[in-house]
Write a protein that binds this ligand. Structure first.
Ligand code: E4P
Length: 218
């Protein structure tokens, strides 16, 4: 399973990259706006830090404008994957830019049928939002499972990127289903490596070691 980091914050990216676990980055307009910086400038810095796909999202909503914006974003760096929202105009634009070789991540996916259409039109990645579905008492993981089944049925190469992850349980369930990618807030990435019994176990090992050393040297 590939791990992407879901942030546009350079310091967070730098810290998580040092763990050696980051395969790519996803951003969205809200995450970039939070940084209060120019998208292109941030994007270039991210691409210098991470050797993997970096999703940058368009903010246009008509097909001709999405196409133009997608072409512009794709030119920023070879690692850029253009994020296009799952709307009618987005699907039209996807059909055009995918044929030009621009890699597209179709975002704001909330149904398996939307994922099917995105794959048919050439998306390399789809982003179903599990947390936001759970928030409205719908099952985010059931959606992931349905999409994986459909893609397997028709041998689509499109990767399923589990987005809107809120907890380690989301990561565990997505991995059990066989989702290709999970995009994580850095807080969840940190939570994945922790277990209280690991901390208690290490504390005991080091205390026993110290006690024995004191006996030997006394
Ligand atoms: C990533 O591609 C998505 O934009 C992001 O995971 C959405 O997460 P949220 O629902 O916590 O905003």
């Amino acid at each position: 399973m590939k791990f992407f980091l879901d942030t546009a914050n350079i310091e967070e990216i730098r810290q998580s990259v040092s763990l050696g676990l980051v395969d790519g980055i996803t951003t969205n307009p809200s995450l970039v706006a939070k940084e209060g910086r120019d998208l292109e400038e941030v994007a270039k810095e991210i691409c210098d830090l991470v050797d993997g796909p970096v999703s940058l999202e368009v903010v246009s909503t008509s097909a001709p404008e999405i196409i133009e914006e997608a072409r512009r974003l794709a030119k920023i760096h070879k690692n850029v994957v253009v994020k296009i929202p799952m709307i009618r105009e987005g699907l039209k634009a996807l059909h055009v830019v995918a044929q030009e070789g621009i890699r597209v991540n179709v975002t704001l996916i909330f149904s398996a049928n939307q994922a099917l259409l995105a794959a048919k039109n050439g998306a390399v990645i789809v982003s179903p939002f599990v947390g936001r579905l759970d928030d409205i008492s719908s099952s985010g993981m059931e959606l992931i499972s349905d999409i994986i089944q459909i893609y397997n049925n028709y041998q689509f190469k499109t990767e399923v990127l589990v987005a809107s992850i809120r907890s380690p349980i989301h990561v565990l369930e997505a991995a059990k289903i066989g989702a290709h990618i999970a995009t994580l807030p850095s807080k969840v990435l940190e939570q994945l490596l922790k277990h209280p019994l690991t901390d208690i176990g290490l504390e005991k090992f080091l205390a026993d070691w110290e006690k024995q050393n004191q006996l030997v040297h006394s």
